[in-house]
Each structure stands twice: as C-alpha cells, then as structure tokens.
Design a protein around this ligand. Sequence first.
Ligand code: 5AD
Length: 462
Amino acid sequence: MNRVYIKTYGCQMNERDSEAVAAQLRGRGYTIVADEQSADVVLLNTCAVRDQAEQKAIGKTGHLAKRKRKDPNFIIGVMGCMAQNRGEDLLERLPDLDLLVGTQKFHRVPEMLDRFIASQKGIGPRPSTIVDLGEESGSEETIREHTEGERKVSSFVSIMQGCNMHCTFCIVPKTRGAERYRSMDSICEEIEELVAAGTREVTLLGQIVNSYGMRQIPYRSGISPFVQLLERVNAIPELERIRFTSPHPRGFQKDLVEAYGRLEKLMPYVHLPLQSGSDEMLKRMRRPYSRRRFSEIVSQLREVCPDICLSTDIIVGFPGETHEEFEDTRSLFEEIRFDMAFIFKYSERSGTKAAEMGDDIPAEEKESRNQVLLEILGRTSLEKNSALVGSVQKVLLEGPARKGEGMFMGRNPGNRKVIVPASPRLVGEIVPVRITKATVTTLSGELCLTGIDESESAVLSH
Ligand code: 5AD
C-alpha cells in the first residue's frame, strides 16, 4: 500500500506543491510512481481557476472511483485549489474520496495517508474520509522539500503563498488565502541546497511575486523586498539563472525594471499578465493599472534590456466586454508583440465579484475573440523565433528531449525551448547553440563549441 501516483492540474505553484508532497511522501517510505495503473494511491492536485479545470479533476475522480469499487483498498485523494474551493460539498458529488486536503495542508499528506492506511487495516467499515481544509499559520514555509538524490537543472522555489488582490474574475484569494511570505534566509538556504544538488536555474514562485515581503520587510534605499530577494539570490555562487512568475503590473516599479539591467543572473524574460487592453475592462476586473501604464512598463523593460522576452495572460469574454473593448485588447496585444501568451475564455467562478455581473458573452463570441488573439500570437512568435535562425544562443541544457535519440532540451535566456543533439555530460551546462530552425514554440540547432566571432558573442551576453 505504498505506491503513490500524483497528478497535477493547473499552474506552476501546483506543480511545485505536488513536488513537495512527493518528496515528503518519499521521506516517509512511500514510493512515487510515474504510472497510475501501478499505484495503490492516486492523489489529484487540483486547480479551480476555470470551470474546465475543475470538471477535468471531477471526471478523473469519477473514473478512479470505478477502480475503487473493484479494489476497495485503492485510495483516492483530492488536494489543492478545488478541494479548498468546493470543500466538503465535493464529498456529496464524489463520495469515494478518502482524503480531501486544502492548500495550507499539503505537508500533512504523509501523516493523513499513514492514518488512513492504518484505519483501513483495522477490521470494520470503510474508514471515513479524512478532511483537512483549515488555515495553518506557517504553512508557507512547508513547501520547501525537494526529492533528494534527483538532479533538477531547473527548479521551482515557492517564495510566498496567497494573494491580497481583488481581481473580480479570480477565485485564487479564496483558494489560496491571504499573502504569507517565507523568510529570505529560508528561501536562500533552499536555493543553496538545490545548487549543491546540481540546480543551475531557479524560478521563484508566488501568486504575485512583486508583493513579496510588502509591509513586513522595509524598503532599502528605494529597493523593494522582492528586489532585495533577487539581489540575494543573484549572489548565490554557481547558480546561473534566475526567473520568477508572476509579477503584477501594479507593483512593477523602477527598482524591478532596473534589476534587469544590473543583476546578471536575472534572465531577460518576464511573464506580465495584461488580462485586458481596455481601461474600462481593467476597472471592471479591478486591475489597478491602465493600458498606458502597462505599455510604459514594457517600454521601460525594453529600454533596460532590448532583447527581453515577454509573455502574458489575457481573458476574453469577461462580462460586458464590448467589441470596442475587445478591439483595445487586440490592438495592444498586437502592438506589444508578446513572445508567448495564455489566452483564456472567461469562466464564471461562483463567489467572485464578476459572477454577480452575469456571463453575457456567448461561447461562440468568446471563441472567435480567442482565435483572433491566437492568430496574432502564432504570427508574432514565429516571426520572433525565425529572427533567431543563424544566431548563437546560450542554452542551459535541462535533459533529454521527449522525442529523438541523442536529442536534448534546454532553454535560451528568453525562455524559448531549444532542441539540440548533445551528450548527457552537457546536461546542466550552458552551451552555445547555433539556431537552424524555428517553429512557433520551439527552436532547434546545433552545438557550436568553437569559432564564435565577436558579433555572435554579443548574442551570448546573457
Ligand atoms: N476565467 C478565465 N480565466 C481566468 N483566469 C483567472 N480567473 C479566470 C476566470 N474566471 C486567468 C487569468 C490569470 C490566469 C492564471 O488565469 O488570466 O492570469
């Protein structure tokens, strides 16, 4: 009864939470398996941000319940945002659940599972579902463990939990609670340990990373707590690259823009959610910035770091979105030329402010607005990627590519995936790759270990 399969839905925060749960379970003698069929326990780490994500997890649980009917000892757990969002009501819909674990209780999974298995072994009726959805002070410090003995060239590090913003469409403040920050010391210690185990790149994670430490850690000579943290991480020897996700445009001040110019490990890439390019819509979404301010941040970033790559999130079909308002989003989206974007069709979340506004944009209209933006995105990213053909990119090799013997996957400074024939001993190294081919999402090329001339070394300056 100790083979556990964890399936993760949703964002990088969820990925990281699952990784920590896996490490904690391994520490308690459980085996984490990659194949669901061979598992005695399946844990779903869920997402609640759109209805579709919840439906997927609910459907999956229903499927697993069939297996449980044949094998009563099989254990099903639901963790994370959907568990938190729907709470015990979920049990009415999914009576076969054994564990229901909230977003502040991931670290309790091993003991919950131990307890459940112990009661299963006792004689008597099926043990009742173990539910733990409460708040827990200090839980932000518990997403810290990584699996020992497993090298990850690029690692996620959680720096905070929760969100204090009030975006009207968003369920996250309900599922993740108010902002809580880890200490800088603890974050840096974790990164040092990761580096000692072979990590070369970290992505700092939080719902709104540039709120890190607000009203707790004082500004120092105009430098915000988040940028102070970046400075400290930048000073960690043998760490090569720093990324983070996601910042909010509201707190994207000069000190953060300037950090791209002076912190050599901070990669020239930022994911900056726009959501909408219409000022009226931004007001209705309670996003406290304007179209103009967003463009200003982008210009400032491009001034400090001309080759910076940008990605964003957009919602189409938010309540009341007129053709003119969508046109404002379309035009700004086209003007900025994002390298990557996640475009979402608005999904009403019960309990949010926006749910009181109705969901009046028909599905076909949402779809057609979605397609308009996807077409722009496809075109722009292909143009931008094609412009890199012939250049030499510094690629941090992460490991074997999914397909192809002898092919390896890495990323360039701008976070583009690069596929290259290489050797396993180069994993974890930053290697020069001459780009020979570009698609919308991926670059491919050849190692270029000799003969870099000066014009090329300019491309290599990150
Ligand atoms: N409907 C559609 N998309 C949403 N997002 C958040 N809430 C919703 C919703 N109700 C999107 C936002 C956010 C991303 C993680 O998910 O664009 O940035």
